[in-house]
Write a protein that binds this ligand. Sequence first.
Ligand code: SF4
Ligand code: SF4
Length: 220
Amino acid sequence: MNSRLIIEPARFQGQPGFELRIRDSRITVQEFLDELNQSYLKMDWPRLWPQNRVGCEGCDLCCQEPLPVTSVDVMQIREALGIDQLEVFRYLWVELQGPAVDITLRRRGAKCIFLNSRGKCRIYARRPFACQTYLCCQTSPNFENLRSQIINSGMDELVRCSLAAYNKAGRPFPVNRSQNPKLNPHHWPKGYFTGKTSYQQLRLARVLSFDLWRKMLLLK
Ligand code: SF4
Ligand code: SF4
């Protein structure tokens, strides 16, 4: 039993996975991640992908997927590499589709740019939220919504502050691929992620919608 989270095996569509509930109404995103990471180490049900694997050690398959990033993820990558707000875009990939902006980790060939030749993550201790919360087994719709809401809020702030930084530097925002782009800086107002440099500064209850928070919080 965890102190702040309850993570229990469950079956979804006949496949083994997990259900997650929250017991601490004041939990921060970092505390959520810490408990989740500890719990992952103890989970021993088979992964879906690759089939029948138990545990992640020695596997890097999910590092070959597009990994979305938040403003806090990018701050942590910058700290790990000692680089500034503009330089970090060498490690990111930006796509525009109409008014929408999607920022993911850049890939080298099929694999994440941070994966080394031995199949290990070079920034493992500071890997993004999306990496830390991905496990290739079935999860509940609430857990998937939680991931989406945090990533979407954090990416909105990443777009907002990056547009401002490039504008201030008098340089064009770097776009790697676009389709009918309609980039408008006014689409990204300041939000709860603004000014936050770590997940410890973010309360989960403030990031999630009221409806989702109410479903996930297990009142005593
Ligand atoms: S979560 Fe990723 S690293 Fe772990 S077993 Fe699944 S594909 Fe491999
Ligand atoms: S940052 Fe690390 S864990 Fe995340 S996709 Fe890249 S190599 Fe994998």
